[in-house]
Design a protein around this ligand. Structure first.
Ligand SMILES: [Zn+2]
Length: 240
């Protein structure tokens, strides 16, 4: 285990000990296949449904990214969760969106535009339908799923613009939020986040597993997210 992984595991434990916290949850593939669900970052549909039930039982409120950034900070920091889904897996269309819509729960999907219409990912038609769902926010997850730390400012900006243009064209809306691929301190730097900030987004999401704080919310261009599926598999995320 790398040192950063150890630190992340420790931070996650600290976060979850505090029951009154707010955080941004990060998901990837949500699969009906319990074997596939064991892959890193994946989650089974059964686990996801019981996580949702657990949130409700614990009195956690799921809010949208817009609410996260516009509601008073004091309010946002009390038992709020934002649900985010990276990459744009096909199960968003077949499982996640129908389930969350039935429950009236807002969610955000960060799309990697080069993955659209490839096997296992959303089609452009499915994305168009998703973008019409009032509970769903479509965000950017780059055009190419790269670690941008070693990229030049120009390369990062060119990729950012391609992603933004494609999402604007397909959804008819300007995407306002960006989540870096990989998102760790090794994959993208503070400088990278400044470049994306300068390109005009309202908030930037990373994968540092921290709870939300007033300072992080006020700055909002290096927002942490917690990899919930890994904690569920390790039995570390419980609401009982
Ligand atoms: Zn990703």
């Amino acid at each position: 285990m790398r040192l950063t992984d150890k630190i992340c595991a420790l931070l996650s434990k600290t976060v979850l000990r505090d029951k009154g916290i707010s955080y941004v949850a990060m998901f990837h593939k949500i699969t009906p296949d319990e074997v596939v669900a064991q892959e890193p970052f994946a989650c089974s549909q059964r686990q996801f449904e019981s996580y949702l039930t657990g949130l409700k039982r614990a009195g956690m409120n799921v809010i949208s990214v817009d609410d996260l950034l516009t509601h008073p900070v004091d309010e946002v920091l009390k038992k709020k969760v934002v649900l985010t889904f990276d990459d744009g897996f096909a199960d968003i269309d077949s499982f996640v969106a129908p389930l969350l819509t039935r429950h009236g729960v807002p969610f955000t999907v960060f799309i990697t535009t080069s993955l659209l219409n490839t096997e296992g990912y959303l089609t452009t038609e499915q994305l168009k339908v998703l973008a019409q769902n009032p509970l769903c926010t479509i965000g950017m997850h780059a055009h190419r799923h790269l670690q941008f730390r070693s990229s030049s400012k120009e390369e990062l900006l060119a990729d950012f613009c391609r992603c933004k243009e494609e999402l604007c064209r397909l959804t008819g809306k300007e995407p306002l939020y960006y989540a870096f691929p990989y998102g760790s301190v090794y994959a993208c730097s503070w400088q990278n986040s400044r470049v994306v900030r300068g390109a005009g987004v309202k908030a930037v999401f990373m994968t540092l597993p921290l709870k939300l704080t007033a300072g992080l919310l006020r700055y909002r261009y290096y927002l942490p997210r917690i990899d919930v599926p890994t904690l569920l598999k390790q039995g570390k995320m419980r609401y009982d």
